[in-house]
Design a protein around this ligand. Structure first.
Ligand code: NAD
Ligand code: AHE
Ligand code: ZN
Length: 380
């Protein structure tokens, strides 16, 4: 297959708001500094649904979505040295070139090298590697894992221990790493400190992963806030010490901010938005402790949505920040996460509640709205 176009199945989004269609697509061979991957498993993340709904300003069609994937390198283009044919890899929607201003700053995991073309749905040379029915299809997040074969930039994948099962490690491509990293890297100077009080808004894959990270850092209180009562047991499974349902548990005159302040002697050291709801983001900021509390925005809000609060909240020392992919540098740090998983120190299997074959991928999107679906893994 090396050097030749491969025809395989992919879930194609022809237009916004419509079901995906399983099509035969042609996947061109990788050009210089590109890698063609046979995708074995992909997770389905809310950010895929968000883009497919048409609400993402960067969303464009027709497109192959998917960004939580694991697979095996089928072939590499000229000049690729970081991975080789046969390597087991995880796709990285946050690439790491190790050379750009961002990568060298030591301050962020965001990489600038291919961000512009990635946002336009094309490879770094400005073209697509996918064709279907004579038309070019766009790439998504530099990964397009809803295809049996995909082409990514070499900086957009990382070789990992082949012993780690791909049907689990695919989830390290987004949801789990995002939440865990937010708690252990983004929060504070070097992640949550021992004894800190933490509130996590939203107990999906991302929020539960924040809880897992907070527990690893020996946080004192880890409070899950979710409007779905079923999330109480989910929170406990990953280390939450308390649960508050803001649509049921609040007394008169109380709001979620004041409830959390009462539970934590004045406010949380760290709060996390894992809902994407801008009103929740405000509550999360205001539930922080005066003088030092930090609120980390992880949720992705739809185009046109804006956050607000009284500037006094910041004047009095609360901090608003956010992160993509948890602040994790994928090529440098994925290996460690996989080691932790292999050593039983990082829960991954527990997030998988649903499974589908590629032909059932639309069902995976429907199941996402089921309160007990944490992650669906698609067998490609
Ligand atoms: P999810 O839908 O599985 O979980 C969201 C949870 O929030 C649900 O349990 C829901 O009941 C709860 N919720 C909804 N409204 C609420 C409210 N008003 N108050 C409290 N809880 C509420 O989603 P997920 O997969 O965990 O992703 C969470 C968000 O993170 C999404 O917006 C997703 O797009 C985003 N995301 C961001 C990054 C990043 O790098 N920044 C990465 C992955 C996902
Ligand atoms: N394109 C959207 C924003 C989407 C977004 O913020 N994506 C996150 C990852 S979410 C993963 O599930 C991200 O990586 N952001 C940093 C970046 O460079 O895109 C919009 O609203 O414009
Ligand atoms: Zn995601």
């Amino acid at each position: 297959t090396e050097g030749k176009t491969i025809t395989c199945k992919a879930a194609v989004a022809w237009e916004a708001g419509k079901d995906l269609v399983i099509e035969d697509v042609e996947v061109a061979p990788p050009k210089a500094h590109e890698v063609r991957i046979q995708v074995f498993y992909t997770g389905v993340c809310h950010t895929d649904a968000y883009m497919l709904s048409g609400k993402d300003p960067e969303g464009a069609f027709p497109v192959i979505a998917g960004h939580e994937g694991a697979g095996i390198v089928e072939s590499v283009g000229e000049g690729v040295t970081s991975v080789k044919k046969g390597d087991t890899v995880v796709a990285l929607y946050t690439p790491e070139c190790k050379e750009c201003k961002f990568c060298k700053s030591g301050k962020t995991n965001l990489c600038g090298k291919i961000r512009a073309t990635q946002g336009k749905g094309v490879m770094p040379d400005g073209t697509s590697r996918f064709k279907c029915k004579g038309k070019d299809l766009l790439h998504f997040m530099g990964t397009s894992t809803f295809s049996q074969y995909t082409v990514v930039a070499d900086i957009s994948c990382v070789a990992v221990n082949p012993k780690a099962p791909m049907d689990r490690t695919c989830l390290l491509g987004c949801g789990i790493t995002t939440g865990y990293g937010a708690a252990t890297i983004t929060a504070g100077k070097n992640g949550i400190e021992e004894g800190a009080n933490v509130a996590v808004f939203g107990g999906g894959c991302v929020g539960l992963s924040v809880i897992q990270g907070a527990k690893a850092r020996k946080a004192a209180k880890i409070i899950l806030v979710d409007v779905n009562p079923e999330k109480k047991v989910w929170g406990e499974k990953f280390g939450a010490t308390d649960f508050v349902n803001p649509s049921k548990d609040l007394k008169e005159g109380e709001n979620i901010q004041t409830r959390l302040q009462d539970m934590t002697d004045g406010g949380c050291d760290y709060t996390f938005d894992c809902t994407g709801n801008v009103h929740v983001m405000r509550s999360a900021l205001e539930a922080c402790h005066k003088g030092w509390g930090e609120s980390i925005v992880i949720g992705v809000a739809a185009a046109g949505q804006e956050i607000s609060t009284r500037p006094f909240q910041l004047v009095t020392g609360r901090v608003w920040k956010g992160c993509a992919f948890g602040g994790v540098k994928g090529r440098s740090q994925m290996g460690e996460l996989i080691e932790d998983y292999e050593a039983g120190k990082l829960k991954v299997d527990e997030f998988i509640t649903h499974r589908q074959n590629l032909s059932g991928i639309n069902q995976a999107f429907h199941d996402m709205h089921d309160g007990n679906c944490i992650r669906c893994v698609v067998d490609m």
